[in-house]
Design a protein around this ligand. Sequence first.
Ligand code: MG
Length: 160
Amino acid sequence: MIKLIILDVDGVMTDGTITYDSEGREYKSFNVRDGFGIVTAIKKGIGVAVITGRHSFMVDRRCKELGIKDVYQGVDDKLEVYEMLKTKYNLRDEEIAVMGDDIPDLPLLKRAGISGAPSDAVEVVKKNVTFISSLPGGRGAVREFIDYILELNNEKEKIE
Ligand SMILES: [Mg+2]
């Protein structure tokens, strides 16, 4: 059973675009269907965490809206946070799913029980994951990944 889903932000929860206005404010766009998937997973008792190398107010805002409490921004070493979450929730690697799109996500993707990538992730990431979404980042990849995990969890529930 997957008990924790860890998501990258840029290129996973968004299409990777960062827009600045003339005041230097940063904008990102999030997908409503991805959001519904995240809320559904949380309702079913699966933890959702976000780990990103960048820092932006919009991410805090979006995560708050979706009920994601574990939000780690400005992270250099994502594996360090992964290990910390593993200890915090007393989990095994097999109980963790990670979705990422670029090289900083690779150590986590290689460690987690289920690893996912959007369809437009970099090639080396796609070569190292167990699930490749048919959809790109910010366009439903997260939703498809979560639906896949929920289905797997349901099947395991039936067997156990
Ligand atoms: Mg990324």
